[in-house]
Design a protein around this ligand. Structure first.
Ligand code: KG4
Ligand code: ZN
Length: 343
């Protein structure tokens, strides 16, 4: 029997993603983004995102079908992100997926967005995802450490940010440095030639007493404040702000704590595998430091292609196909959008 042909819909934040897979084979990964509409607000505006999904979803579904050279009638199932994410944005995708399921008379699978990020790894043509694995997911909306024992039935949240997401920290610090949104690539550019050790910015939740309760949690709002204060003091003293050094030192503080906690989780749990996901994976310094420290610790590091790390529909389709192939029952039409859906 052929592997199932699944269309996946992702609308949890500002990317309208529609992907099509056959089993673990990627056939299409169509994306529309409303990022430019949010740029002037310095961050994603939920109401704007939801309206943009409504406009983009039809064309994006068509683009994915064309890219995969299939028609709606060929589909065996539909998968959709049901949470976590922005409630109004999620509702658009869930509504569309249910409409497809009803009209095409194919089963529908509700997928957790974070688990979907791990599912992105199924689509590589290298070795299949080995478990257990620790997964570090870092984007503008989330910063989470997961322990994945079994992708379709046993995923545990080890920790997450208690305030800003890592990408959000990049965006906010970029803003206070006078750089445009999204901040990640801007900080990367500004950091060229900067000294990452020039300024010792704080590493959130790494003190001994924090580690007891928050061993795998993250905090970036203190770091953001520290950068703001440092820049203010510099400006008050009349000296120029060394932008490259500030950017490089800030980025180093974020990367250091992300990688440190992920590697610690692998070591504590005896899991020799680490998977990265989320839009912040675009950060070259993050990939460099993760590679070096994973290597030193004997941990196998996996990084899916960037187009599958940022929010996309293909990863949701991949997880849907996985659920089907593992014999899971479909979700039915009774589920809703859940902005705080746990893994
Ligand atoms: O996964 P993603 O595309 O979307 C959502 O979060 O929904 O991630 C976007 C986030 C933004 O916060 C952006 O600033 C950050 O990822 N980002 C980066 C880089 N490129 C994008 N952060 C650090 N370094 C980068 N090169
Ligand atoms: Zn995401």
């Amino acid at each position: 029997r052929d592997a199932p042909l699944v269309l996946g819909i992702e609308t949890s934040c500002d990317e309208t993603g529609v992907g099509i897979v056959r089993g673990t084979t990627l056939l299409a990964n169509a994306i529309a983004s409303s990022m430019e509409e949010h740029a002037r607000y310095g961050g994603v505006v939920p109401e704007v995102a939801a309206r943009a999904h409504l406009e983009a979803l039809g064309p994006t579904i068509r683009a994915a079908l064309a890219e995969a050279s299939v028609t709606l009638d060929d589909l065996d199932a539909v998968a959709v992100t049901s949470g976590p994410g922005l409630a109004g944005a999620l509702m658009v995708g869930v509504g569309a997926a249910k409409a497809l399921s009803l009209s095409l008379e194919v089963p529908i699978y509700a997928v957790n967005h974070l688990v979907g990020h791990v599912g992105a790894d199924l689509l590589g043509d290298d070795e299949p995802l080995a478990t257990p694995t620790v997964a570090l997911l870092v984007s503008g909306g989330h910063t989470s450490l997961l322990l994945v024992r079994d992708l379709d039935s046993d995923v545990e949240l080890l920790g997450e940010t208690i305030d800003d997401a890592a990408g959000e920290a990049f965006d906010k610090v970029a803003r206070l440095l006078g750089l445009p949104y999204p901040g990640g690539p801007e900080i990367d550019r500004a950091a060229v030639g900067g000294d990452p050790d020039a300024i010792r910015f704080p590493r959130g939740l790494t003190r001994a007493n924090d580690l007891e309760r928050h061993r795998y949690d993250f905090s970036f709002s203190g770091l953001k404040t520290a950068v703001a204060r440092w820049v203010e003091q510099r400006e008050a003293s009349g000296e120029p702000v060394p932008l490259a050094d500030v950017a490089a030192s800030f980025r180093e503080a974020v990367v250091d704590v992300l990688v440190d906690k992920a590697i610690a989780a692998c070591a504590d749990l005896g899991v020799p595998r680490l998977l990265l996901g989320g839009g912040v994976v675009a950060n070259r310094r993050l990939r460099e430091v993760a590679e070096a420290r994973a290597d030193a610790a004997g941990i196998a590091l996996r990084i899916p292609p960037l187009s599958l790390c940022t929010d996309n529909g293909a990863m949701i389709a991949a997880l849907g196909a996985r659920l089907i192939m593992a014999g899971h029952e479909p979700s039915g039409l009774g589920f809703g959008a859940d902005s705080t859906l746990p893994v």
